[in-house]
Design a protein. Structure first.
Length: 271
């Protein structure tokens, strides 16, 4: 991929994330209603979620009509350009529904199945993270200018701060809680933010030593996975596999392997 194309995709992802984030932040109604449900009554899809995805896909299609899309809220087109956009218009939907600040807009562009550009905007934090494959990861926020992201130096596993997330399906969530119960005596502590994209960016920014979750979808992972890898962290799924629905793990290099092995031993990949 040429540098001009990388720059074009990055700028477009930034603009789409900025506009969608502003729509979600400024347009959130006080009487937010549920438009539909997903796998359980808790897993809500808000009207704003759907509106944000439409804004993103319309904006990108206006500039690049031959590109494909895969979006959480139903956008799925093949395209003919070789570029496909992976869009989560609102990662952390339940947080957003309840008025909690940890939610994000996640947009990635892939070429030939490899993510080449990723942007995660967290409007209530006032932060935006981005990465271009092979060019590192950066963020803007309350600090002055753009900051290059670097994951934390690896501590011993028993000193590692690790984040995770839970499925909305009760039986799966119960098993995930059992895994946490077994893991927590072996690490410094566990955090749970409610947004996979934000957790991945927090590993990239050195705010966490590691993160894992089962049951994620491509739109949950695409942008954040690139950002955290470009910040020097390691990502994967079960041993020898890429991160995916069975398991996604991201951690600083010295934490990754022992954490991944514990999760394999504990059956974190099982329903």
């Amino acid at each position: 991929m040429t540098a001009p194309l990388q720059t074009e995709l990055l700028q477009l992802a930034h603009e789409a994330a900025r506009r969608a984030g502003a729509l979600l932040r400024d347009g959130r109604p006080a009487d937010l209603t549920v438009a539909a449900t997903k796998s359980s009554p808790i897993d809500v899809v808000t009207e704003m979620d759907i509106a944000a995805e439409k804004l993103i896909t319309n904006l990108i299609a206006e500039h690049r009509p031959r590109d494909g899309f895969l979006g959480e809220e139903g956008s799925a087109t093949e395209g003919t350009s070789g570029i496909r956009w992976i869009v989560d218009p609102l990662d952390g939907t339940v947080n957003y529904l309840y008025g909690l600040p940890t939610w994000a807009v996640s947009i990635a562009a892939e070429q030939d199945g490899e993510t080449v550009v990723g942007v995660v905007a967290a409007p209530m934090r006032g932060e935006t993270y981005h990465a271009v494959r092979g060019r590192g990861a950066r963020a803007t926020g309350a600090w002055v200018g753009e900051r290059r992201l670097t994951c934390r130096p690896s501590p011993a596993l028993d000193q590692a701060l690790v984040a995770t997330g839970f499925n909305y399906v009760t039986d799966v969530k119960v098993h995930q809680a059992d895994v946490v119960q077994r893991l927590i005596p072996l690490v410094r502590d566990i955090r749970r933010s409610g947004s996979a994209a934000v957790d991945l960016c927090d590993v990239a920014a050195g705010r966490l030593d590691g993160y894992y979750e089962r049951g994620l979808h491509p739109w949950d992972l695409a942008a954040g996975d690139l950002i955290v890898r470009e910040a020097g962290a390691v990502t994967g799924g079960r041993p020898g596999e890429r991160p995916g629905g069975d398991l996604a793990v991201a951690a600083s290099p010295g934490v990754f392997e022992p954490l991944q092995q514990l999760l394999e031993d504990f059956g974190a990949w099982r329903d």
